[in-house]
Write a new protein. Sequence first.
Length: 276
Amino acid sequence: MEITQLANGFAVEIGGVNLAETLNDAAFDAIKALWMENRVVVFRHQTLNDDGLVAFAARFGPLFVHAQSSLLSSRRKEVMELSNLEDVERPVTHELDWHTDQSYTAQPVFGTILYGLVTPDEGGETHFADLAGAYVSLPEELRTRIEDATAVYSAEPRPKVREKPLNAEERSRIPDCVHPIVRTHPYLNRKSIYLSPLHIRTIGNLPEPDSLSLLGELIEHAAQPAHLYRHRWSVGDVVIWDNTSVMHRRTSFPSHERRHLKRTGFYLPDELAIPV
Ligand SMILES: [Fe+2]
């Protein structure tokens, strides 16, 4: 295994691993430890079918199934197609701005895995902001404002957040929920800001405009270059990130570019699944 640091104190590339082969327990445990420590892990030049992708994800934890069931493939509900290709069934194109996955649910997804099949020459990057590093570098004034605060999360906190609005059944199944703004990692003695700007409605007792203004300050702090990793996609890339400790966004890309990624992920075990 060759390990290359990709950004300031987080995000590593792991070389010398073929994810299509079953990894022995020692190799898998080493990868999981590196991933948790570094929040984002990148593998290059991989070739995986859906079964291989899902089998790899399942070793990390219970498989992730998206809460918005109308987006799921009829073939394999653990795999979502992020795509603008015409022949892809139920492609997902939304989720542009900073967020952490499924943070609007009481027990959000732990890790997300993306696998690049068709990648644009220009744009369509995935950017990661290191929320654990951003917690450490928080200015004191900002830290005292958020240390004990919670935020109200919603799948649709404001109009037009989702390209495909929730249907009535989904809306009743996914009520608003509350999470702490400072979260401790489920396995490591590490705090981070827990932040999903796309899904936060309000922070603490602040009215919505003041919540959005505080949110803006937190985004500006967390997404500064010192805490940023920009992933430019190549075919065969597999990227795994820890939603407890990074937030991510996709950059836009020209309409003539083609982009097709597969996504899967995994939950925490029930006893660790609620953010604290
Ligand atoms: Fe996402």
